[in-house]
Every structure is written in structure tokens, then in C-alpha cells.
Design a protein around this ligand. Structure first.
Ligand SMILES: *Cc1c(COP(=O)(O)O)cnc(C)c1O
Length: 369
């Protein structure tokens, strides 16, 4: 007799995946070095500095409690983040990286088919999280210089729009929106449309005209601010992000969050990073990375590149059809960058030696233009 596997009945059809899931673009992580090959990893906007000794010690101690569930709502961490940002603890919700928090935000407010407006090109997690939440993506092209086109985004809002995503600085191009532009945008958008301001690179911003997400929260009930410990705080591998919003929205976001989403180890590492001495050290590192960004941008412009003004820890090259070939050349030279085929290429700011190695690659691209 044949087993069911060898002789599937014609009625045993495959389990259908949701159409939105079948259609998802893959999230392409930044490439890693091939086994053993020496390479600089400038493909994921990671912080090149290793964790502080005090943070590693917190991780070591916390690991001893791995048999226990973590504090479900990460109360101590929420308290510390609220104090850090100057909001109340009812206004903060944490998650397993701010991408997870964004997913929870969308799940809390998006009904099937609701429109979610976001700039493009922008963070590649946006189309994925929107589709997973059952939303209909509405993309708005970037303006000159890789900047968000906020007037066009406001004009894209329809009665079916539930959420607008504002990425500032924009990943992968780098510019920030200005506070006056964002004020005009918020005045144009109806109060029942949620505006998510993604400030993943906030600590790297040096433009005095940049908005302050927390200040926006005080004036607008429909704003959610997303922040993360992955970039400036160097904890990308431990997955801690958070959202700040009005308490009613925070309660809704919390209700759909994965239970125990942030591990005890991650909570303790984040708390150790927020202690004043650790924070001072971490922000010094950010300062050094900002200085490197200034140096790299100047060197690239010296080489003749027209790169956007970046306020994050990366730079963008609008290379169009040359993108894939250029990324392969960089890889061959030991520098791993992040190509977006047919569009452009993003290069993270890393160690001084890594940036030097990349500048050499970019000079070579120039020579062959
Ligand atoms: C890196 C990044 C994040 C943060 O992701 P985590 O899940 O917190 O690691 C969020 N938004 C943007 C635009 C980013 O580039």
C-alpha cells in the first residue's frame, strides 16, 4: 500500500499562503564576508565598535537567569527610556528591534486594505511590514538630493489612508526632513491618520533644522516616534527598539506585541547602555563616527561625487544600472557595501581603515566613469 506522501490524494491541496505573503519582497540583509576572507562590512549600518565592557558584564550576569521568562513589559527599561527621552512611561513601548515595534504599530491600526503611505526609496522593511499587516502600500518618490517629498506625501493621503511613514534621516539616502516642513505636513494630514516618525539614526543628526520627535508628540496626538538601540548604541545583535506615542496608542501597540519579545539579556544590556557613564562613552563614539562621515563626504566630493547630505551613519550613491557591478568591484577589494539593484548603493561609515579602504574603491569607480 502506498503511503499518503507517495500517493497524495488530488484533494490534498497545498496550504495556501496569504497572497500578500506570497508577494512579499525578500528582506535582503547586508552581505557578510565569505568564510575567512578579510573584508570590511559596510553593508548594514552597524556600529563598528564592540559593546562596552560594562555592557558585556551586564549581559554575562543576565545570562545566568536564562531559565526564567523576562519581565514581560520590560518595566525598568521602559522607565529608563522614558526618563532618557523626557516622556512618561505610559508613552513608551519596547520591542524586539524597532522593526518589530513598527510591525506592532501597523497591526494595531491598519485594517485590511487600508492605505499606508511611505517614501521610496526608503527603509526596505517598510513594504514588508505594511504588506504583513494587510495594508495597501502607497509609495511616493523621493525629491532631489534623496530628500523626502513631504508635500507629495501629504497629497497622497486619501480617505483610505491610515498611516504615513516618515523616515528621517532617510535610509538609504541620508538627508533629514526639516522641522518646518514636518510642521506643514502634520497640519495638512487629518488627525485620524497616524504619522510614524522613524528616528533610527537620531543620534547621528547634526542639522539644527532637524525635527525633535518628542517635541512633536507633545503637539500631535497622531504621532508615533520610533527609536532603536541598534545603531548609535551598538546593540543591533540584541534587538531593542521602542516607540513613543500617546498612552492610548501605546496601550494598543502593547496589546498586539509579542509576549516577552525583548529578552532579559537585551533588557539588561540596554539598561547598562543608558547609565550616564556608558552613555557618555557611547555618544563619544557617535561623535567619532560623525567626524568620519564628514571626512568621507568631503573626500567623495573632492573625488567629484554628487552624494546627498547624510545625517546618518551611511552615504548613498545614485548609480542606477551600474549598481550591481560597482558593488561586486567593492567586494573584490574587500569592502562589503549594500547594493539596491538598478537604483543605487549604500555604504555605512565604519572604522577609519574601512572608510579609507572604501574611499580607494570609490576613487577607482571615478576613474572608470
Ligand atoms: C536600522 C533601522 C531601524 C532599526 O531596526 P532595529 O529593528 O531596531 O534593529 C529602523 N528604521 C530604520 C530606517 C533603520 O534603518
Amino acid at each position: 500500500m502506498l503511503s499518503a506522501v507517495e500517493n497524495p490524494s488530488p484533494r490534498a491541496a497545498q496550504v495556501p499562503l496569504r497572497a500578500a505573503v506570497e508577494a512579499l519582497p525578500p528582506y535582503v540583509p547586508g552581505a557578510r564576508a565569505a568564510g575567512g576572507a578579510p573584508a570590511w562590512k559596510l553593508s548594514s549600518n552597524e556600529n563598528p565598535y564592540p559593546p562596552l565592557p560594562s555592557v558585556l558584564e551586564a549581559v554575562r550576569v543576565a545570562a545566568a537567569d536564562a531559565n526564567r521568562y523576562p519581565d514581560m513589559y520590560a518595566s525598568e527599561l521602559v522607565e529608563a527610556l522614558a526618563a532618557h527621552a523626557g516622556v512618561s512611561r505610559e508613552q513608551v513601548v519596547v520591542g524586539n528591534g524597532s522593526v518589530a515595534v513598527l510591525q506592532h504599530v501597523l497591526q494595531a491600526v491598519v485594517e485590511a486594505g487600508d492605505e499606508v503611505v511611505f517614501p521610496w526609496r526608503s527603509f526596505e522593511a517598510y513594504p514588508i511590514t505594511v504588506a504583513v499587516a494587510g495594508g495597501t502600500p502607497v509609495t511616493v518618490p523621493l525629491a532631489e538630493g534623496g530628500r523626502l517629498d513631504l508635500p507629495a506625501m501629504a497629497a497622497a493621503v486619501t480617505p483610505r489612508t491610515r498611516v504615513v511613514l516618515v523616515c528621517t534621516p532617510n535610509n538609504p539616502t541620508g538627508p533629514v526632513v526639516h522641522a518646518d516642513e514636518l510642521d506643514a505636513f502634520l497640519a495638512a494630514v487629518p488627525g485620524d491618520v497616524l504619522v510614524v516618525v522613524d528616528e533610527a539614526y537620531l543620534e547621528f543628526v547634526r542639522d539644527p533644522q532637524a525635527p525633535d520627535g518628542v517635541e512633536l508628540l507633545r503637539r500631535h496626538e497622531n504621532v508615533v516616534v520610533l527609536r532603536t538601540l541598534s545603531k548609535a548604541y551598538g546593540l543591533a545583535g540584541l534587538r531593542v527598539g521602542y516607540a513613543m506615542a500617546a498612552p492610548r496608542l501605546v496601550a494598543g501597540i502593547r496589546a498586539v506585541s509579542t509576549p516577552f519579545g525583548v529578552s532579559h539579556v537585551a533588557q539588561r544590556a540596554a539598561l547598562a547602555s543608558l547609565l550616564p557613564a556608558a552613555q557618555a562613552e557611547l555618544l563619544e563614539r557617535v561623535e567619532a563616527l560623525v567626524a568620519e562621515r564628514t571626512r568621507v563626504l568631503a573626500a567623495l566630493r573632492e573625488q567629484g561625487w554628487d552624494v546627498p547630505e547624510s545625517h546618518a551613519n551611511f552615504v548613498w550613491f545614485d548609480l542606477g544600472e551600474q549598481t550591481t557591478a560597482r558593488a561586486a568591484e567593492a567586494m573584490a577589494a574587500g569592502v562589503i557595501v549594500r547594493p539596491f539593484a538598478g537604483d543605487g548603493l549604500r555604504v555605512s561609515i565604519g572604522e577609519v581603515e574601512a572608510n579609507d579602504a572604501f574611499l580607494k574603491v570609490a576613487a577607482g569607480w571615478c576613474a572608470s566613469r
